[in-house]
Design a protein around this ligand. Sequence first.
Ligand code: UDP
Length: 240
Amino acid sequence: MSQLICRRILLKLSGEALMSPQGGSSIDPEIVQRLAKEIKELCDAGLQVGLVIGGGNILRGAETASAGLNRVTGDQMGMLATVINALAMQDALEYLGQPVRVMTALKINQVCEDYIKRRAVRHLEKKRVTIFAAGTGNPFFTTDTAASLRAIEIEAELMIKATKVRGVFSDDPEKNPDARFYPRLTYDEALDQRLNVMDTTALVLCRDNDLPMRVMNIFEPGAVMRLMQGEDIGSLIVKK
Ligand code: UDP
């Protein structure tokens, strides 16, 4: 435990992280199981893990709004989608014998617990992976903002934003081979240069509360563990 650089982290996965790269259904049980195994290994090493999973593999309110659905209704559907993903991850972690709780910002008491900060911290202290579902509970926000908010509330030392690429680039590295990689940058640089990291609300929240963030490819097996053991992986975003 002593060799880890953090005691408590908040890991943000997009909903699409649960999908098979070949497409098909919105949740690929094999991928969820693989991610769960990585998370359990972190817990076994002594790390307290808070988790936020998006809902973009199922539904995004802004997208359904442009197709004619009421935005608030669409966002509520999007928040419920994050609960579906959280339940899938809860199941996968429990299957591996890892204690886990889902806490939601919307009341769905028969399915999961309400989010109460003090209880969340208690779960983390008891080494239960704590999955924060239903975003912030409000429309017009994203799960990136929810992740930043929960990370600050639970006093995580680091937020990890999982991406498909190595970290933060000046442009989409999958489309532009000349895109520049940033090993380290400030929140103001990310905001000023409009780098595609997270939405502005989330970035400002992290900056103003001095929460460092690592943007990294978590599909590289063992990468988060190596980061926790001190390896410099991905991009680090800091206040100054
Ligand atoms: N959402 C919301 N409020 C929140 C968080 C999420 O209304 O606080 C809705 C919103 O419609 C969003 C959807 O839930 O598009 C899924 O979340 P997100 O797009 O952040 O998922 P990701 O892209 O990370 O998979």
